[in-house]
Ligand binder design. Structure first.
Ligand code: GUN
Length: 284
């Protein structure tokens, strides 16, 4: 039987610390950190995630602004908006919500964000630094996954075999690098991987970020493995659930993160932390 690795209690502590820091800035009459979220279109899941991000800012006294652009906005118009925000001295963090409409190239958009305001850590400069082991701006979800591993004293993963399922730029690839930095032996699997289940069955740590409801069942998991579920699926039959079949894997794993109250809440807390980090970097 596993121990459930809740993110909400960890996130609460991080938010409390940030709240105190912001209260101190206010007391000193200083400017407070300001996060701007840019949404293009009205993707339903994005609208819901953004609401969560704004609520979290409000809870800790951080300033946040949402800019919504129409679905039909051209790439040039989005880039012009980003340039204006890059030059706005009053803005510390800039997040462009994904997914973007199909006519906009997200790589071009992320390269346009000032790396000093890149709270997602998606600019090639920050991503490159992350790959080289620099710990300043780490993408929020991977950073949240690592903080959860800290809570079970998984700081040094020497001799452990970690399998990441999913090779996205925003989760799979950076999580793989961060696990490697902790000395784990890492395999990143994806939709074209052969004998996926056999690979996963050998893992001491499994990080799942594929976006398929309850794909990973107990028969995929080695007895005593640590299972981190990054998926957030809204399934017709199951409702809100992860990529892991929580109930069955609970019997097999040593630790397992739930959905909700697992990685998702950590992502939001890491966004707040990264915004504070950008604020401090810019203030020098
Ligand atoms: N959409 C889903 N996750 C993320 C994220 O971490 N950052 C951004 N910008 N958009 C997302």
């Amino acid at each position: 039987m596993s121990t459930i690795l809740y993110g909400d209690s960890v996130a609460k502590n991080i938010k409390q610390q940030l709240k105190e820091e912001i209260a101190m800035l206010m007391e000193q009459g200083k400017r407070i950190p300001h996060l701007v979220v840019l949404l293009v279109g009205n993707h339903p899941a994005s609208v819901s995630y953004i609401r969560g991000k704004q609520k979290a800012c409000q809870e800790i006294g951080m300033r946040s602004t949402l800019i919504t652009l129409e679905e039909e906005t051209t790439q040039e118009e989005v880039l012009a908006q980003i340039q204006a925000l890059n030059h706005d001295e009053d803005v510390d963090g800039l997040l462009v919500q994904l997914p973007l409409p199909a006519h906009i190239d997200e790589k071009i958009v992320f390269e346009a964000i000032d790396p000093q305001k890149d709270v997602d850590g998606f600019h090639p400069y920050n991503m490159g630094r992350c790959m080289m082991g620099n710990t300043s701006i780490i993408p929020c979800t991977p950073k949240g996954v690592m903080k959860l591993l800290d809570t079970i004293n998984y700081e040094d993963l020497s001799g452990k075999y970690a399998v990441v399922i999913g090779r996205s730029e925003i989760v799979g690839k950076p999580v793989g690098q961060l696990l490697l930095k902790r000395h784990a032996t890492v395999t990143i699997c994806h939709s074209k991987t052969k004998a996926l289940k056999e690979i996963v069955k050998q893992a001491d740590i499994v990080v799942v970020a594929v976006g398929k409801a309850k794909m990973i069942t107990a028969d995929w998991i080695k007895e005593g493995a640590v299972v981190i579920d990054v998926g957030i699926n809204r399934h017709e039959e199951y409702g809100l659930c992860g990529d892991v079949d929580f109930e069955s894997v609970l019997e097999k794993a040593s630790y397992i993160t739930p959905v909700p109250k697992g990685v998702g809440v950590m992502t939001v807390a890491m966004l707040l932390e990264n915004t504070m980090e950008c604020y401090k970097q810019r203030r020098g």
